[in-house]
Design a protein around this ligand. Structure first.
Ligand SMILES: *Cc1c(COP(=O)(O)O)cnc(C)c1O
Length: 309
């Protein structure tokens, strides 16, 4: 079975390596055809569903999950409907339509779009594609580790956490490649830190609201699977401010000539801020998760908002 995702570049971040006196490695998931790692997991889930006779994919997401589902569904030649809330920007709706998927606008918040998606899935042949909470998605996201295992010597891996689908995939990928001992540093922004809150509480928690600008990380509650991994292996949860995440995006744009969302900036900020959690590691690998909800104008606006120089 050929994958819908592509193998991505593995680059050393030479400037950070020099300033931190470490080897800092980057897995450039921003280069995926969907602009984020999400094509790995969602692509695999869609492929498996298509093999089992799916006729129609329905994904409730005005973000990178919806865009990845659109890329996957169109590549597989199946009808694909992305259900977005009214808050989803017209540019995102246009991007989804431009690749040939259908956009339906339903409700003012994600939960309402999700209800509509679930309703559409009552039709025969329709398959619900969730943003992060499915075993096929974790299995597909794990390929990011399959690609580096045996090729790169790394001693920690840094990723961002929204609902925990990427984290669960990374944990699975490390496990199945005999790398289960490698610690994961799981980064969230303040105001979207649902994994950190769960770890602190010792049980899953639902945040009352998301207050971070990193809306891609804005799952009020993480997947049970992601929380379960924190009990089974070493996962350091860290939080950064929105300003630090944006600062990391700006620096990354200058250093690596690539634009990524603040959701990705959260992971990058662990290295750019040289957070204490990094002290014990010499060869960290950052999963540059990417994201399409960014452009020069947005970066400039956030830069102004947080009075960054
Ligand atoms: C989806 C996404 C995340 C969060 O992934 P989860 O699987 O929800 O934890 C982080 N960054 C980007 C760019 C994303 O698209």
């Amino acid at each position: 079975m050929t994958h819908l995702h592509i193998p991505t570049p593995l680059l050393e971040h030479r400037a950070l390596s020099a300033s931190l006196d470490k080897q800092v490695w980057l897995k450039m998931e921003n280069n995926q055809p969907s602009g984020s790692f999400k094509l790995r997991g969602i692509g695999l889930m869609c492929q498996r569903a298509a093999e089992q006779g799916a006729k129609h994919f329905v994904c409730p997401s005005g973000g990178n999950a919806g865009f990845a589902a659109a890329v996957a569904g169109v590549a597989l030649g199946l009808q694909t409907t992305i259900v977005v809330p009214e808050t989803t920007h017209e540019s995102v709706r246009a991007a989804i339509r431009a690749i040939g998927a259908t956009v339906i606008v339903a409700g003012s918040v994600w939960d309402e779009a999700n209800q509509e998606a679930l309703r559409l899935c009552e039709q025969p042949g329709a398959v619900y594609i969730p943003p992060f909470d499915h075993a096929d998605i974790w299995d597909g996201n794990a390929t990011v580790i399959d690609e580096v295992a045996g090729k790169l010597d790394f001693d920690a891996i840094i990723c961002s956490v929204g609902g925990g689908g990427l984290l669960s995939g990374i944990a699975l990928g490390l496990e199945r490649n005999g790398l289960g001992h490698i610690p994961i540093i799981a980064a969230e922004t303040e105001g979207a830190a649902s994994l950190h809150a769960a770890v602190q509480a010792g049980e899953l928690v639902t945040l009352p609201a998301i207050t971070s600008i990193a809306s891609t990380l804005g799952a009020r509650r993480v997947a049970q699977q992601a929380f379960d991994w924190t009990r089974k292996r070493t996962i350091h949860t860290v939080t950064v401010s929105d300003a630090q995440a944006v600062q990391a995006c700006l620096a990354f744009a200058d250093d690596m000539l690539a634009l990524v969302e603040p959701a990705c900036g959260a992971a990058l900020a662990v290295a750019y801020q040289n957070l204490p959690v990094l002290a014990e590691f010499k060869k960290p690998l950052i999963v540059v998760c990417g994201g399409i909800a960014v452009d020069l104008g947005k970066l400039q606006a956030w830069k102004n908002q947080f009075q960054l120089t």
